[in-house]
Design a protein around this ligand. Sequence first.
Ligand SMILES: [Fe+2]
Length: 558
Amino acid sequence: MLTLGMNYSQMHDSSACLVRDGELVFAVAEERISRVKHDARFPQSAIRACLDFARIKPEQLDEVCFGWQVPGAAFRHDLKCYASGKMPATYTNGLNSTLYFLSMWHQGGGARRFTQIFGTTKARMRFVDHHLAHALSAYSYSGFDDAAVVVMDGRGAREATSLWHGRDGRIEHVLTIPFPDSIGYFYSEFTEYLGFQRNSDEWKVMGLAPYGKPGVDLRAFIEPEAAPYEVHARKLVANGAAPFQEMVRLFGPRRVPESEIDERHKDVAYAVQDACELAMMSVVKMAIEKTKSRNLCLAGGVALNSKANGKIAASGLIDKIFVQPAASDDGVALGAALAPYLDKGGRLPMKVMRHAYLGPDFDDQPIESALRTYKLKYTRLSDAAVSAAELLSNGKILGWFQGRMEFGPRALGSRSILADPRDPEMNAKVNNAVKFREWWRPFAPSLKKEAAGEFLESASDSPFMILTAQVRPEKRAVIPAVTHVDGSARPQTVEKDVNPLYWRLIDEFGRRTGVPVIMNTSFNLRGEAIVHTPTDALRTFFSSGMDALVIGSFLVEK
Ligand SMILES: [Fe+2]
C-alpha cells in the first residue's frame, strides 16, 4: 500500500510524506523547498519531492491522507465558541472564521487542489482528525507497545489537548480538551505580546525564560495546575480595537519587535514558561492515571518545548518518553499517512523512529556541478569527518552539508553549522557572525551517545534535540558555549550505527580535544528556512561569517 500523508490546514508548516507498506520512505516540509519559512500553502513541492524520491506517479497512490478535518469542522466549532462566549464574537473573528472556511471548502480541504495539480487518481482521499494524526505520529514511531499519548497544540478543528491510549498497535481516544482552552494558544499569544512571531518564535520565549525571575502572576490567563488546566481565552485574545488589552493593563505595553529586552519581558517569559511546564505536567499526570501506562508519547506544537519535555522526562513520573521530532504540524503528515492501517480492525506498522533523516539527498555529482557553476575554489577531501574535526578543533565555524535532510525543526548533522563548544566566546561568535540571532538563545550540543553520561545528568537517549537535560556541574565550564544560563542543554545523542559519518566527526573531534561534543545549530540564517539544496548551502555560506563549508566530499574555504 502506498499512502501519501500531508499537513495542509493553511495555518502553518505544510508538509508531505510517503509511506510504503508501513515503512516511512520520505518526508519534507514545504518551507524547505519553497524557502518560505513555515509555509502554509498547499504542499505541492513537498508532494512532488515525495513522488520523485520514490519514483512513483500520482496514479499509483492508494491513499491520500490529510492531517486535518473536513472543511466546516473548524467553522462549526468556532461558531459554538462565539455563541457560548468562550471567544469574543467580534466582527474580525467572525470574518476570519468565515473566510477560512470558504477557502478550505473551495479547495475541498486540499483534495481538489491535489487533483488539479497531480491529475485524477484512484487514491482514496481521507481527512484524519488533526489530533488523531498527531497522536499516531507519536505512538506508532515510539517503539512502545503500551503508551499514554498526549497531544497538545494551538488547535485542531476543535481540539486543543487530547489524551490517547496506544496498545498493541491500536489507539483509543481517552479525552479531549477543546479549543480555546489551549496551552499552545496561551503560549502563542504571549509570544506575540513579547514582540515575537506566533507559531514560530515560541522557543525564543523559552530561551529567554531562565533570565527572568518569579513574581509575574498569570492567574488571570491560566490555571496551570488545575486538573485539567484552564486557559481563560477571552483574556488572551488580541482584539482588533485593543490588542492584548488585559496583558497591557497588567504588565505594560506590548514589546515592539526587535526592541531591547528589559527585565519585565524576561519575567513575563519566565512566568509563561513556568505555567506551560506546570500545565504539561498536570496533563501528563492525568494521562498516566487514565491509561495506567508509564511510557509517554508526546506530539503537537507544545511538545517542541524541550525544556518542559526534559522536566517531564526527569520527573520520575514516567519510565520512557518518545517525543516525535516533527512535533508541530509538519509531523501530522506522518500520522495521517498511517490512518489507513487502522481500517477494519487493522494495526499500525509500529516502526521505531531512530532518526529524522527522511528528506532529499544530494550526492557529489550535483554538489560538484553547483560548485563549478558558481566558479568556486574547492578541494576534494579523502575523509570529510577527519577534515571537519580538524577545522573545528582549530576554532573554525563550519557549514556541514551531508546526506538526507532532516525532517522537523532541528538540524541533526545533515544541514548543520558546527563549532567548538569549549570556547566561551563561541556562542557570541556564531550568533554575531553566522546566525545574526538573539543573544539569549542557546546553542545545542551533539555528543557521542557513549559520552552522554559523562556530560549530562539525564537524557542519555536524546536523538532529536527535543529534551533538555542538566549539564553536570563539573562539565559546564568544559562546554560553556552549549550550556545555557541555568545549566541546561538541549542535547543530541549521536549513535554510531544511525549516523556513522556524523558520529565519526564527533569522535575525531574528541580525539583531538578530549571532548567528544560539538556545537550544532541549524544551517540557516536568522528567519530563513534550513538549507535544502547545495545552492542554498553555498548562498548561506557566503552570506555569513562561516569559515569553511564541508559539503559532500568537498571543502570550500574563505
Ligand atoms: Fe497541531
